[in-house]
Design a protein around this ligand. Structure first.
Ligand SMILES: Cc1cc2nc3c(=O)[nH]c(=O)nc-3n(C[C@H](O)[C@H](O)[C@H](O)COP(=O)(O)O)c2cc1C
Length: 309
């Protein structure tokens, strides 16, 4: 059985990647998850320098999901390379680095710094975080901004560049096209949905930032639809995510058109979810006589249903 997947120039041993922001810098989970058993680990979003993020409360549970407004707290790219990357390398992790920038120049500089570091497999361009005002999202919500940041980063790195798209636009597939036209090696989608929750007793927003990003099973059908639409629009590989909790959810994204998937919020519920998802995918492939997981990608059957006559 072949679980390997190709994301442009990058080959992963299986399609499961830890989603950015839900798995720390990977090492935090090192005692419970064999990092080398994952297809990849996408680390928390990194700017050039350290950031504190928003004050608490930064996380709220909602029906079938959670809201977060962490505000991209992080140690910055230089400390990441010095303090985390060597151990990630030792543990055999395939490391995707999620990068952020307030300006286009910052994206370019973070990408350039990472390109010189040993042990980075790909750059995921976070142009879709809904929780901060400045930077990132202004590129991800503009077609020309998406094109510009992807092509600028492509110019300074040999690493695969994977822009992560926002679902907070009318037509994510138009953004997928802009990313492909700019030379993206693959795309990731979706980031979280801009959302809000209010405590009716105090009438105060439940998050200090007032609004935050919704993730978890509540968003899954919308995310699946967006992956399906993007698969119809572009040829580059897609990394799909949004509310994957088990193997069936992961398979749904793959059938919709995702070459690989990321698992985020599920880690907060069950850090042992990885083995279960992989086993479930293998069982499915055995039951359906599928030798290569890549053969399942984008195989949604939209032909008219058979009649029962
Ligand atoms: C607490 C938290 C922090 C996140 N931080 C980031 C981040 O730094 N960069 C990013 O691109 N996405 C970030 N995300 C979005 C996730 O990577 C993922 O796109 C989203 O949560 C949908 O997947 P899920 O439903 O499996 O969690 C974060 C999500 C959560 C819940």
């Amino acid at each position: 059985m072949d679980l390997s997947v190709r994301l442009g120039p990058l080959t992963l041993k299986n399609p499961l990647i830890a989603a950015s922001g839900c798995f720390g810098y990977g090492l935090e989970y090192g005692e419970v998850v064999d990092l080398s058993s994952l297809g990849g680990v996408c680390v928390k979003g990194l700017f050039l320098s350290e950031r504190e993020g928003h004050p608490p409360p930064r996380i709220v549970e909602t029906p079938g999901g959670m809201l977060n407004a962490i505000g991209l707290q992080g140690i910055g790219v230089h400390r990441f390379i010095a303090e985390r990357l060597p151990e990630l390398r030792e543990r055999g992790a395939t490391v995707l680095v999620n990068i952020c920038g307030v300006t286009l120049d910052e994206y370019v500089e973070v990408a350039r710094v990472l390109s010189d570091a040993e042990g980075v497999a790909a750059i995921e361009l976070n142009i879709s975080c809904p929780n901060i005002k400045e930077g990132g999202i202004q590129f991800g919500c503009s077609l020309s901004g998406t094109y510009d940041v992807v092509s600028a980063v492509k110019k300074v790195t040999h690493l695969p560049v994977i822009p992560k798209l926002t679902p907070n636009v009318t037509s994510p597939s138009a953004f997928a096209r802009a990313a492909e036209d700019a030379g993206a090696d693959a795309i990731s989608l979706v980031n979280t949905f801009l959302a809000m929750a209010i405590d009716v007793e105090t009438r105060r927003p439940r998050l200090s930032n007032i609004m935050g990003g919704l993730s978890g099973p509540a968003i899954r059908p919308i995310a699946v639809r967006m992956v399906y639409e993007c698969r119809c629009e572009v040829k580059i590989p897609i990394i799909g995510m949004g509310g994957i909790m088990d193997a069936r959810d992961a398979l749904e994204f793959i059938i919709a058109g995702a070459d690989a998937v990321q698992v985020g919020t599920a880690n907060f519920v069950d850090p042992f979810v990885w083995g279960k998802i992989l086993d479930g995918i293998s069982d499915y492939m055995t039951r359906h006589g599928i030798a290569r997981i890549a053969d399942l990608v984008g195989t949604t059957d939209t032909s008219p249903a058979h009649s029962h006559a």
